[in-house]
Design a protein around this ligand. Sequence first.
Ligand SMILES: Nc1ncnc2c1ncn2[C@@H]1O[C@H](COP(=O)(O)OP(=O)(O)O)[C@@H](O)[C@H]1O
Ligand SMILES: [Mg+2]
Length: 239
Amino acid sequence: MVTQKPVLDIRGLSGGYGKLRVVDGVDMTISENEAIGLIGRNGSGKTTLLKIIMGLLPAQTGSISIAGEDLSRKGAWTRCPRGIGYVPQGRLVFPRLSVEDNLALGATSVKGKISDSYESVYELFPVLHAIRTRRAGALSGGQQQILAIGRALMSKPKLLILDEPTEGIQPSIIIEIAESLKRLSRESGVALLVVEQRLDFLNRVADHAHIMDRGSIVERLPFDELSRSPELQQKYLGV
Ligand SMILES: Nc1ncnc2c1ncn2[C@@H]1O[C@H](COP(=O)(O)OP(=O)(O)O)[C@@H](O)[C@H]1O
Ligand SMILES: [Mg+2]
């Protein structure tokens, strides 16, 4: 029997900015089909953790393995070809380029034709097909968010990492995005790591919650346990 390697396995991971340590000793394992919601107050280190995972900030200690390969000392360019898609906080689409060209930029590590990638992204988000010739800068915040997710999916990742995908977008689009991510995980087995403040969004998407406080993961629990616990929500989220 072949035992499947986790898509992402991090051990004792620490890092920050210069000598400042923001993330301290994080362990996390994500396998195919799993969807983890990473939550915690503002400033607890969630974005910093994602940047270290992506190789955008160096790891001060610990290891990051992706599909069994240790990439903790390798740069950001190694992530996409090994199946990690990243949707950064604030979306960062290219405003002067069309939707289609923004999507193409997500496929630079794809060998051969990218028509398959377009097809599966348009199938998941038909709205992107409808607006494919428009400039990204002219789109609503919600459409830009969908574009940023579509762009990350062009390389057909095994793990999609999203940083606050609902920030500043309309409720109707929030639900549409949640449903599409759920479908992606269910039908394509794509693993998800989602940083998000909105528990109603995560409730539709995540099966596990990891709670971050001052740079460390302090709780791991099934998502519905968190939904049912006003005490935990009060303690770590202040809601
Ligand atoms: N570029 C930076 N330089 C120095 N400190 C930073 C930088 N970005 C974030 N920080 C600090 O790191 C801590 C965690 O920030 P961040 O990871 O953005 O938190 P979260 O995403 O959970 O809100 C905060 O105290 C923040 O001030
Ligand atoms: Mg953040």
